[in-house]
Design a protein around this ligand. Structure first.
Ligand SMILES: *[C@@H]1O[C@H](CO)[C@@H](O)[C@H](O)[C@H]1NC(C)=O
Length: 334
């Protein structure tokens, strides 16, 4: 097993559909669309097991004390954007990350920053080759790839267009149709839209153990659109929230709107202190309640919703505990 495509969590903004030939981003309206298929059953079984243990231990985490995660940042730039990611942006992004995870007693020990200029890698068109060349450490080492031209792979685009979340929102297919109405035959040939993504990470894989070879988890890590780093150029998404959100997935958290239903029997994100939420938040509304008949309003300030960066504030106690339990059972010592 090299790679479970369905363990990717992809965040996309509908508004980040670039018309090829125009190369002009539309306004960013929403953090977007999750292109994820349901997480693997083996992952959900592991989450259920961890959840049951948390309840049994009456809220005391399976893992005591501070958690320090060895971390590598890889800056991967196109030649056109080789100066886009500055050292100051890297420092600021790391500081924001540390603050967000303080309450969880999780810190990221930066082991190093690599820099590469490679147009193919910057677009993520050779993810495996890039990660074979750059990935450092073991399964418990966090590798974050900041790519200047990150966009969705064809299979991710297919998932995005057919996803439930997408159907709640503005339709990129509509945009695609309108672009194909373009009067110029030369642009109408290029009707396929490149889908930019803010980022995605792999969830922990319960099949990895301490003796698994690196080839079994070579794709493990986080891919982030460099413009979505703190200090990046992406309006509404340049305060570092994307990195916090995505690393939440790497630590084993699901979206607060997981399941996308108000059915009280649906396990949702398997976290008891995040209210049931049937659709993602976009932007930063004053308040929102997608399941009005159930207790609690939507957790619009939670890092695992889709709100804009300025809206992001915290993880819940249950999420902090979950990340600690998941570290202890899924990554530590591997
Ligand atoms: C560890 O995982 C590898 C695959 O990554 C598998 O081939 C091996 O059988 C596993 N070992 C144990 C002891 O479970």
């Amino acid at each position: 097993m090299v790679f479970h495509s369905s363990s990717l969590l992809v965040i996309v903004t509908t508004a980040l559909f670039f018309l090829r030939g125009q190369c002009k981003p539309l306004n960013v309206q929403t953090r977007g669309i999750c292109a994820t298929e349901e997480p693997e059953p083996s992952f959900l079984n592991a989450v259920q097991r961890v959840h049951t243990n948390e309840v049994k231990n009456q809220g005391s985490p399976a893992r005591d004390g501070p958690i320090e995660i060895d971390t590598w940042f890889h800056i991967v730039s196109s030649s056109a954007a080789r100066d886009q990611v500055t050292d100051d942006m890297v420092d600021a992004q790391l500081a924001i990350l540390q603050t967000a995870y303080q309450d969880a007693q999780i810190s990221y020990q930066l082991q190093g920053v690599t820099r590469n200029v490679n147009d193919v890698w910057a677009r993520n068109d050779d993810e495996l080759g890039m990660k074979k060349a750059l990935r450092k450490g073991t399964y418990s080492t966090l590798n974050v790839y900041f790519q200047t031209d990150l966009h969705a792979t064809p299979s991710q685009v297919t998932r995005i267009l057919s996803s439930k979340t997408h159907q709640h929102q503005q339709s990129p297919q509509k945009q695609q149709r309108s672009s194909s109405n373009s009067p110029s035959p030369s642009t109408s040939k290029k009707t396929d839209l490149a889908v930019s993504v803010l980022g995605f990470c792999t969830l922990p894989d319960p099949n990895i153990n301490a003796t698994s070879p690196q080839s079994a988890y070579i794709k493990d890590g986080c891919n982030i659109l460099a413009a979505a780093m703190s200090g990046g150029s992406l309006d509404q998404y340049n305060r570092g929230g994307t990195v916090i959100h995505e690393i939440g997935h790497w630590n084993g958290l699901l979206h607060t709107f997981q399941g996308e239903t108000c059915d009280p029997n649906d396990p949702g994100d398997y976290i008891s202190d995040t209210p049931q939420q049937s659709s993602p938040t976009s932007g930063c509304p004053a308040s929102r309640d997608s399941c009005p008949d159930l207790p609690g309003a939507d957790p619009i300030h939670d890092f695992m919703d889709y709100s804009s960066d300025v809206c992001y504030e915290s993880f819940t106690a249950g999420q902090n505990q979950r990340m600690r339990s998941m570290w202890g059972s899924m990554r530590e010592g591997k």
